[in-house]
Design a protein around this ligand. Structure first.
Ligand code: GLN
Length: 203
């Protein structure tokens, strides 16, 4: 295969969270996927997924493993990253209700509130219309688990879906973030969208 037709290789940050589910979803969406635990494993990737889990833990372990600075540098360089739930929090320039020492990778000009829906109900599911995915007339089943919502977006952020007026899926350039967990439903259209973003970024 020529380099252009070869599947794009996407890493899944594997310090904590739903790593296996994202690897499987990315492979169903036509990418090659592999876990990333050390800085050297970022080499040669066409994109990175930051899974859900606990953003404070993902932050702390990423710094301990020396991944924080390299990931920030990649983001500043236009590298595609998709963050789900805790991963969305880690892509926000600003967070509310974070841990005192919590840092994010940043990249998306937005303010995200942690556990925002959780103040009303811990976890819930909703059918969302996402025009950015294939067959948008078929709703995306979104699973929210102690999910954040977006409280502010900058002018370059595109809102892809909202729940009760709160954005829950956003995109800024090659950065994509959802409050919900598409890796647990068997519907891989959000991962397909991210694979398309990675393939166009490579081209
Ligand atoms: N509440 C978690 C956090 O703040 C996110 C939950 C999730 O990723 N499912 O990091």
């Amino acid at each position: 295969m020529s380099p252009d037709s070869a599947a794009v290789v996407i890493g899944v940050l594997a310090v904590q969270g739903d790593v296996r589910e994202h690897v499987a979803a990315l492979e169903s969406a036509g990418a090659q996927a592999r876990p990333v635990r050390r800085p050297g494993e970022l080499d040669g990737l066409g994109g990175l997924v930051i899974p859900g889990g606990e953003s404070t833990t993902i932050d702390r372990l990423s710094r301990i493993f020396g991944l924080h600075e390299p990931i920030r540098a990649l983001i500043a360089d236009g590298f595609p990253v998709y963050g789900s739930c805790a991963g969305m929090i880690q892509l926000a320039e600003e967070i509310l209700d974070g841990h005192r020492e919590q840092q994010t990778f940043g990249g998306i000009d937005m303010t995200v509130r942690r556990n925002a829906f959780g103040r009303q109900v811990d976890s819930f599911e909703a059918d969302l219309r996402l025009d950015a995915v294939s067959a948008p007339d078929r709703p995306v089943r979104a699973v929210f688990i102690r999910a954040p919502w977006v409280e502010r977006v900058g002018p370059d952020v595109e809102i892809l879906a909202a729940v009760e007026g709160h954005p829950v899926a956003v995109r800024q350039g090659n950065l994509l973030a959802t409050s919900f967990h598409p890796e647990v439903t068997g519907d891989h259209r959000v991962h397909e969208l991210f694979v398309r973003i990675c393939s166009s970024a490579r081209a």
